[in-house]
Design a protein around this ligand. Structure first.
Ligand code: BES
Ligand code: MN
Ligand code: ZN
Length: 494
């Protein structure tokens, strides 16, 4: 799909295959619809008077050959209650229009929906539209011998009757959409393709195409030398070599403290010796979704040329049972020097992340955010709509919460205090890698918090939101919308 921005245009005189106009639930016309109604001597009001289409949300009505309108089609989309119109309503209307037009016999449309948010939110509306449209039009055909047929529609114009300089918003929105697509493509790629080596290649491709980006890959021997015994305790069970993939983007002065994004990159999680049951185990190819989302967000940040320094670290390994795999009861020493009793080899995410978090100290970060499909308990707690947020810093937690609200990529903070820390007590080492069945998302974060004491840190548990199961099985590319919104907000606040 090609996207462009059209500003200061009259919907009745646009040469295109279809114009998309919003109507509110009380049959109130949007500004663009009003213009078309006037040009057509009341054709839209006449249509609404029939009563079949009233502007309720998730409804639409196609009009053909409207008098004095150049475009042969006018798609009216319900916006719902005007008083309750939000970003969510905009996204609903955009999704409704896209789903109708995807199946239609046309190639080009101009949609006037972004104008329904207040003018100070136009840039946000553009970014939302590109993510929603990106979601509707996303396909993953790389492994099908006959790809599904593409829709005829190939050009979507975001249009405004007013004059507004929207090019920057369009370019930023497209960079975020591409970041989201990168995260989805990596998530959906099968475990036999998307290995730690493959993730390192993708990072290499990004570094090759941008002079502002530098790549460092720590190989297993480097990690041994650094004392990353915790990471290695997971990686050593697999024939695929583990990698710590580090990308640096310099968008600000060299002295400016960077933001560090850390991703869990378990390219397949069998559980190891504490092996998982067979049902839906294929979905554990998505256990690198944290890594995919930080790489996608990093790419978007680089393409937007944000004036920030950003470091991205992916802890990439495969969690396998083998003769070389860790066993329950094994004790390992992390890079921090702290010892860990591995009571369950399926709690591997925290084992690879803790060494990445210790490694992050050397960048003297302004803030560190790690993203991980860390616990099934997070799905029990928050379901499939909201990511878990745990942090040692109230200001950082608040920033992430509001970015999630703005981006419609929501997070909810869970508590993390010393009472929970006690659950990690081990009889034989400094800590155990599990905290028992109660509060599993919290005790996982408590484990990570022991490696993040020297900087502001937040942890996002995306176990419930990173992918969809069932008939619509596929990666969501979350939380790229949240992370990119947060980075944009930090730029605006600087
Ligand atoms: N990758 C899983 C968490 C997960 C499970 C995410 C299902 C999404 C769907 C993680 O490595 C894991 O296995 N966690 C264990 C921790 C337990 C052993 C303390 C879990 O959640 O069961
Ligand atoms: Mn696991
Ligand atoms: Zn896992």
């Amino acid at each position: 799909m090609q996207y462009s921005f059209q500003s200061g245009v009259h919907p009745a005189t646009l040469t295109t295959d279809c114009i998309v106009l919003g109507v509110y639930a009380d049959k109130t016309l949007s500004q663009a619809a009003q213009l078309v109604d006037e040009a057509s001597a009341g054709a839209l009001q006449n249509h609404l008077a029939i009563g079949d289409f009233t502007g309720e949300k998730n409804t639409n009505s196609m009009l053909y050959a409207v008098k004095n309108v150049t475009s042969p089609r006018v798609l009216l989309v319900g916006l719902g209650d005007k008083a309750k119109f939000t970003v969510d309503s905009l996204n609903n209307a955009t999704r409704t229009a896209a789903n109708v037009l995807k199946k239609a016999n046309l190639t080009q449309v101009s949609s006037f929906l972004i104008q329904e948010l207040a003018s100070e939110h136009y840039a946000l509306a553009v970014r939302h539209s590109l993510l929603t449209l990106g979601d509707v039009f996303y396909t993953f055909n790389a492994y099908k011998s006959k790809p599904e047929t593409a829709p005829n529609l190939n050009q979507w114009n975001l249009a405004q009757t007013e004059t507004w300089e929207g090019e920057l918003a369009l370019q930023q929105g497209l960079a975020i959409q591409r970041g989201n697509y990168l995260a989805r493509d990596l998530g959906n790629a099968p475990g036999n393709v998307c290995t730690p080596t493959y993730l390192a290649q993708k990072a290499q491709e990004l570094a090759n195409s941008h002079s502002t980006v530098q790549l460092t890959v720590l190989e297993e021997s480097d990690m041994e030398d650094l004392g990353m015994g915790s990471f290695m305790s997971v990686s050593k069970g697999s024939d695929q070599p583990g990698k710590m993939i580090v990308l640096h983007y310099q968008g600000a002065s060299a002295e400016a403290a960077p933001v560090v994004l850390v991703g869990k990159g378990i390219t397949f999680d069998t559980g190891g010796i504490s092996i998982k049951p067979a049902l839906a185990m294929d979905e554990m190819k998505y256990d690198m979704s944290g890594a995919a989302s930080v790489l996608g967000s990093f790419q978007a940040c680089v393409e937007m040329q944000l004036p920030l320094n950003v470091v991205m670290i992916i802890a990439a390994a495969e969690n396998m049972p083998s003769g070389r795999a860790s066993k329950p009861g094994d004790i390992v020493t992390s890079m921090s020097g702290k010892t860990i009793e591995i009571l369950n080899t399926d709690a591997e995410g925290r084992l690879v992340l803790c060494d990445a978090l210790t490694y992050a100290e050397r960048f003297k970060p302004a803030a560190v955010v790690d993203v991980a499909t860390l616990t099934g308990a997070c799905i029990t707690a928050l379901g499939h709509h909201t990511s878990g947020l745990l942090s040692n810093n109230d200001a950082l937690a608040a920033e992430l919460w509001s970015a999630g609200q703005q981006a419609d990529d929501e997070v909810w903070r869970l508590p993390m205090n010393d009472k929970y820390q006690e659950q990690l007590k081990s009889n034989f080492a400094d800590m155990a890698n599990i905290g028992g069945p109660a509060g599993g998302t919290i005790t996982a974060a408590c484990f990570l918090s022991r490696f993040t004491e020297s900087y502001p840190w937040a942890h996002l548990d995306i176990a419930g939101v990173a992918w969809k199961s069932g008939a619509a099985k596929g990666s969501t590319g979350r939380p790229v919308p949240l992370l990119t919104q947060w980075l944009l907000n930090r730029v605006a606040a600087a």
